[in-house]
Design a protein around this ligand. Structure first.
Ligand SMILES: [Zn+2]
Length: 365
C-alpha cells in the first residue's frame, strides 16, 4: 500500500471510467537493485518513493532515476511521504530541462512511484489502486508507472495500469541515452543533492541514480547504493551473530535437556532397583509368613491332637475315678446302712445328679 502526501487536495471528481491508454514502460535493473539495497535492511517496513523519467522515441514511459524521501508514515503494510516531494521533483526536473539539452532532448518528469511490499508479494492493493488513479488523473497525458519491490524476496513488478492490479512486467536491462539526456539527468540528480545538502540527509535518505550511478558518484557525491549495501551487509552480519547466539543457546538448551534425560534415566533405573528390592523382600516376607503359618498350623494340629489325647486320658481317668468313688460310696453305704439297697441307690442318684454338669462339660456320659 502506498499514499502520497498529507496535502490531500481533493481530487477533482472527474474520475470518469474512460478507457485508459496503456503505455509500455522501461525500468532498468539498476533502479530496482538500488531500491532493494536501500529498503532491505528496513525489514518489514514499507517505503515509498518517486520515479523520474521521460517518454522515449517509441512512446514508452522510461523510469531512469528516483528518490526515497523521509517517510512520514511507515508500517509493515503502509507508507506515506510528504506530497511536497512530488512538487520538488517536478521543479527539479523543470530546472534540469531548462538548463541542459536541446529541443530534441526528452523532458524529464515525475513518471511513476516505487514502493516496497516487504514479504507481501507483488500486487496493487486497494490504496495502491486509488493512489495510482489519483496520480494518473493529475497528469495531462495519462502517463504514470507503478513499481512494486519486494526486497525480502528480491522480486519486482512494473504495473502499467491501475485497472490490472495483478498484472505486471519485471525490470530489465539498462537505458540507452545520449549525452544530452544523460547530462539532463545528472543535473536533476545534482539538484536533489542540493536539497539534501540544505535539508539534511535524513530528509532525503536515498537517491536512486539508476544507470547513472557511477557518473553521479564520480562527481564527488556519496554512493547511496554502496552505503546501503554496506549497511545491509552489516545488518546481515548482526543477524548472523544473533542467529549464531540463538543456535549456541539452543545447543546449550539441548545439552541441558540431554542432561535432564540422563538424570531421569538414572532415577528410573535406581528406582527400578529399589522396586525390585522391595518386591523381593515382599516375596521373602510372604514365604516367611507362609512358613510361619504352616508351622503354626502343624503346631496347632499337634496341640489339638495332644489336647484331644489329654482330654481323652483325663476323662478316662475321671471315669475310673468316678467309678471308684461310686463303688466306695456304695460300699460305705452298704456297710453303714445295713444293706438297704434302696437308700444306697437314692444317695448314689443324688451324687450323680450333682456331678452331671461336670461330666457333661468333660464329654463323659
Ligand atoms: Zn502497496
Amino acid at each position: 500500500m502506498f499514499g502520497i502526501g498529507k496535502s490531500k487536495k481533493k481530487v477533482r471528481s472527474n474520475r470518469r471510467k474512460v478507457k485508459r491508454e496503456i503505455f509500455e514502460a522501461v525500468v532498468p535493473i539498476s533502479l530496482v537493485e538500488q531500491a532493494e539495497a536501500f529498503t532491505a535492511p528496513r525489514g518489514h517496513m514499507e517505503m515509498g518513493g518517486l520515479l523520474i523519467g521521460h517518454v522515449d522515441d517509441k512512446g514508452r514511459n522510461v523510469c531512469a532515476v528516483g528518490i526515497f524521501p523521509e517517510q512520514i508514515e511507515e508500517t509493515p503494510s503502509y507508507c506515506e511521504f510528504d506530497g511536497k516531494w512530488m512538487a520538488m521533483c517536478a521543479a527539479a526536473a523543470d530546472f534540469a530541462n531548462s538548463q541542459i539539452g536541446s529541443e530534441d532532448t526528452p523532458n524529464l518528469r515525475v513518471i511513476g512511484w516505487i514502493h516496497t511490499h516487504p514479504g507481501l508479494g507483488l500486487f496493487l492493493s486497494g490504496i495502491d489502486i486509488k493512489t495510482y488513479e489519483d496520480n494518473l488523473n493529475m497528469t495531462k497525458d495519462g502517463r504514470f508507472v507503478a513499481v512494486v519491490v519486494d526486497p525480502l524476496e528480491g522480486n519486482n513488478g512494473v504495473f502499467l495500469t491501475p485497472d490490472k492490479p495483478r498484472t505486471f512486467i519485471s525490470a530489465s536491462g539498462s537505458i540507452q541515452m545520449d549525452v544530452e539526456l544523460k547530462a539532463r539527468y545528472l543535473k536533476f540528480l545534482q539538484r536533489m543533492e542540493e536539497i539534501r545538502g540544505t535539508r539534511g540527509r535524513e530528509v532525503l535518505p536515498f537517491i536512486l541514480c539508476g544507470d547513472l550511478r557511477a557518473e553521479h558518484v564520480s562527481k564527488g557525491n556519496t554512493d547511496d547504493f554502496i552505503e546501503s549495501y554496506l549497511k545491509g551487509i552489516h545488518s546481515t552480519r548482526k543477524d548472523l551473530k544473533r542467529t549464531r547466539k540463538d543456535l549456541k543457546s539452543l545447543a546449550e538448551d539441548s545439552e541441558d535437556r540431554s542432561y535432564l534425560i540422563d538424570r531421569l534415566g538414572e532415577l528410573i533405573s535406581r528406582n527400578e532397583k529399589k522396586l525390585a528390592e522391595i518386591e523381593s523382600s515382599i516375596e521373602v516376607l510372604q514365604k516367611e509368613m507362609e512358613k510361619k503359618i504352616l508351622k503354626m498350623n502343624t503346631q496347632m494340629e499337634i496341640r489339638e491332637k495332644d489336647l484331644v489325647e489329654a482330654i481323652g486320658k483325663l476323662s478316662e481317668s475321671l471315669e475310673t475315678k468316678f467309678a471308684e468313688i461310686e463303688m466306695a460310696i456304695m460300699a460305705t453305704l452298704i456297710h453303714e446302712e445295713g444293706g438297704s439297697q434302696d437308700i444306697v441307690a437314692e444317695k448314689t442318684d443324688k451324687v450323680e445328679t450333682k456331678l452331671a454338669p461336670y461330666f457333661l462339660a468333660l464329654g463323659v456320659s
